[in-house]
Design a protein around this ligand. Structure first.
Ligand code: NAD
Ligand code: DAU
Length: 362
């Protein structure tokens, strides 16, 4: 495989930006990265400010492009002689997909189709290229008390988000079987870590707690997710790019199942030590003594999947990958990151953020 000109879609979002850092900082990658991102509300160019400074115009290139725009994607393939695609771009938040599914259908399904089709036309029968599609464990549906998703588990998506991701997975496989496009797919469990937009559970809870706001728990709080520190997801993706077999799917997970309520309590306990309520000005004059006093049970998410768990034995056995970070270690790193990066938090939380993106990133 060439791996010289890698097109990364959605590189300015949470996992994509962690992946670009990982590639430049933790691997021997010598080629060029072309980050193609529409810069939706979930993106933050600050995530890659240091990368742009160090590698911009040499090994790192940014193109503000919507993957739903076929002709712009074609131009990017030609301009940068793309030989590898790592496709992260997506609408990624389940709650938003419940309130407004349209963008999910467009970006996740039509956008993925555009990339596949341009790659097929541009690459022809080349075998030294690869299209890697990043997907989710949510395509498999919801588990009972026992068991874990394997690569062979039948698809059973239950939210507009997971249905759109399932559709995109099917399209990727169809392009392999029909046209012989050299693809791989990974289905990963819940990620957490630096640069995650504070609509997802972990950053939302950390930042709400620090601001003295309610910590919303959907339903009874006993839904289970299988958590993976984002850097471990990045190392798994790179392993698949380097060693993954064409046409194969790999499940990625941290073997770290947790109930939502237990995670929220754990975050509160860590913050009680790192930033005690008595030293936090957001609590001045109030009666609350500890962060867990903010826990508030709220109406459940519609169609809320009960339990996810990943069987990652295939990638472990066949590609020799395993996660480095324990949940406890990863959670502490994540909390420290949000405590230290107040500028990032402030920027992403201001109402003017969308306007700033529009003005600065045309
Ligand atoms: P994110 O929402 O943080 O980032 C998505 C990025 O895609 C943003 O930068 C956004 O601007 C960009 N984007 C959205 N629509 C676009 C479009 N039409 N054209 C170009 N760019 C567009 O998402 P994330 O959490 O980093 O997830 C990345 C990928 O990983 C997604 O495909 C998601 O389904 C998958 N995934 C996420 C998790 C998780 O826990 N976050 C777990 C498994 C799989
Ligand atoms: O499993 C992989 C998926 O993980 C990815 O494909 C998605 O892109 C990613 O967003 C994530 O989906 P979830 O719906 O599991 O993540 P979220 O952080 O939204 O919610 C995690 C759990 O916490 C879920 O059971 C819902 C619950 N929750 C969430 C929020 C935002 C709450 O109880 N309160 C909240 O405020």
């Amino acid at each position: 495989m060439k791996k010289t000109n890698i097109l990364i879609t959605g590189g300015s979002g949470f996992i994509g930006s962690n992946f670009i850092h990982y590639l430049f900082e933790e691997t021997k990658f010598k080629g060029r990265i072309i980050n193609c991102d529409k810069l939706t509300y979930a993106a933050n160019p600050l995530n890659l400010a240091d990368i742009k400074k160090k590698y911009g115009g040499k090994k790192y290139f940014f193109e503000r492009v919507d993957i739903c725009d076929y002709s712009k994607i074609e131009k990017i393939f030609k301009k940068f002689k793309i030989d590898t695609v790592i496709h992260f771009a997506a609408e990624s938040h389940v709650d938003r997909s419940i309130h407004g599914p349209k963008d999910f259908i467009e970006t996740n399904i039509v956008g993925t189709f555009n990339l596949l089709d341009v790659a097929r036309k541009y690459w022809g029968n080349r075998k030294d290229v690869k299209f890697h599609h990043i997907s989710t464990d949510e395509v498999f549906g919801s588990l009972g008390k026992t068991g874990a998703f394997k690569e062979t588990t039948p698809y059973d998506p239950r939210s507009p988000y997971s249905a759109s991701k399932a559709s995109s997975d099917h399209l990727v496989r169809a392009y392999f079987h029909t046209y012989g496009l050299p693809i791989t797919i990974s289905n990963c469990s819940n990620n957490y870590g630096p640069y995650q937009f504070p609509e997802k559970l972990l950053p939302l809870i950390i930042l709400n707690a620090l601001e003295g706001k309610p910590l919303p728990i959907y339903g009874d709080g006993k839904n289970v997710r299988d958590w993976l520190y984002v850097e471990d997801h990045c190392s798994a993706i790179w392993r698949i790019i380097e060693k993954g077999k064409i046409g194969e799917t790999y499940n990625i997970g941290g073997n770290s199942e947790k109930k939502n309520i237990d995670i929220v309590k754990k975050i509160c306990a860590i913050l009680d030590v790192k930033r005690p309520v008595k030293n936090n000005s957001a609590f001045k004059g109030g009666k609350l003594k500890k962060y867990s006093d903010l826990i508030t049970f709220v109406k459940d998410r519609l169609g809320h999947d009960r339990r996810y768990a990943i069987d990652a034995s295939k990638i472990q056995k066949e590609l020799g990958w395993k996660p480095k970070h324990s949940f406890e270690g990863g959670l502490k790193c994540t909390i420290n990151w949000y405590l230290e990066n107040t500028g990032w938090v402030k920027k992403i939380k201001t109402a003017s953020y969308a306007g700033w993106l529009k003005k600065n990133y045309k």
